[in-house]
Design a protein around this ligand. Structure first.
Ligand SMILES: [Zn+2]
Ligand SMILES: [Zn+2]
Length: 328
């Protein structure tokens, strides 16, 4: 019997026995879950705001654990610490064959439209796990997946030392972007409508500038990263990016208006960026996290025992905290 979180419908989570394969397939592994990070999309599932979510569902996709059982063809060993790559793909379509598993039309996402890993144990194909190097602490390893989203987005552009960059939206992913772009040596301006969030980011990363969206001037930045997922923020990207600059969007408002004349006259590059490619972006993420000079300590605000899951979800949903991690 395996206990885990179970979401019958939006807003209703219980801790109970959850479905789990008893007999492992040859390529599968059973993981004893150590940490589970609560992500923005988990809150979307919780609030019933993700149209592609299925219920009931075992939530959770940011999973760190230890392999306790491995099928005969599994590519890892018992005792290995691993993180889960939570988006499945077909491996055969033209996109998968080009290494772009993130845009595979067969993609399914753990904890959203497939049972996830917020449970004591979790069974998954070893094709979807990545080994964590011994030197990496659990607290840094749980950031591999959310950081991979930023790694992928920032690979779309060239960030040189001193490149001017605006990051719109200072939630967890925004702060990870501040962390990574700082590490690359960019000159960063963090933008958010919430002064408390801005103050917190600057507190932890004193070299950056902070700014309310109303006070940003146009044509200021080589690169603008949209993380807020708000229509007005996306529209502002086009205004504040310099001619010849690049906009990278990882937030997704349903629609936004683009002044095409500005886009063309400024000769802008506009990139959409969805999750990451595996294993490449996971491996880059691990490389950065292995460097002690890469400062990510402020990203996790609380590690809470899973028994306190109700409080943890409330905290995460309030938007007043950074990443909340469940300990199993
Ligand atoms: Zn996530
Ligand atoms: Zn595919």
């Amino acid at each position: 019997m395996v206990n885990g979180l179970y979401m019958e419908k939006p807003g209703r989570v219980t801790w109970c026995e959850v479905p789990m394969t008893q007999k492992l397939q040859a390529d599968e592994v059973k993981i004893n879950v150590i940490y589970g990070g609560i992500c923005g999309s988990d809150i979307g599932v919780y609030k019933g705001k993700l149209p592609h979510a299925n219920y009931p569902v075992v939530p959770g996709h940011e999973i760190l654990g230890e392999v306790v059982e491995a099928g005969q063809d599994a590519k890892v060993e018992i005792g290995d610490r691993v993180v889960v790559q939570p988006n499945s793909y077909c491996g055969k379509c033209e996109f998968c064959r080009a290494g772009k598993t993130n845009i595979c039309p067969e993609k399914k996402s753990l904890g959203i439209n497939k049972h996830g890993g917020f449970a004591e144990y979790f069974v998954v194909s070893s094709n979807y796990i990545v080994k964590v190097p011994e030197k990496l602490s659990n607290e840094r390893a749980i950031l591999i997946e959310p950081l991979a989203v930023i790694v992928h987005a920032l690979k779309k552009v060239t960030i040189a030392k001193g490149s001017s960059m605006a990051i719109i939206g200072c939630g967890t992913e925004g702060m990870l972007a501040v962390a990574l772009a700082s590490y690359f040596g960019a000159k960063i301006t963090a933008i958010d409508i919430n002064p408390e969030k801005l103050a917190k980011v600057q507190d932890h990363y004193p070299a950056i500038e902070i700014c309310h969206p109303e006070n940003v001037h146009e044509n200021q930045f080589d690169i603008v990263l949209e993380v807020a997922g708000v229509k007005e923020s996306f529209e502002q990207c086009i205004e504040i990016v310099k001619p010849g600059g690049a906009v990278v969007a990882i937030g997704f408002p349903a629609v936004a208006e683009i002044p095409v004349v500005k886009m063309v006259r400024k000769e802008l590059s506009i990139f959409g960026s969805i999750i990451y490619n595996v294993p490449d972006d996971f491996l880059s993420s691990i490389d950065y996290l292995l460097d002690e000079n890469f400062y990510v300590e402020p990203i996790i605000s609380d590690i809470m025992v899973v028994e306190d899951f109700e409080k943890a979800y409330e905290k995460a949903a309030s938007g007043k905290y950074r990443k909340i991690v469940l300990a199993f």
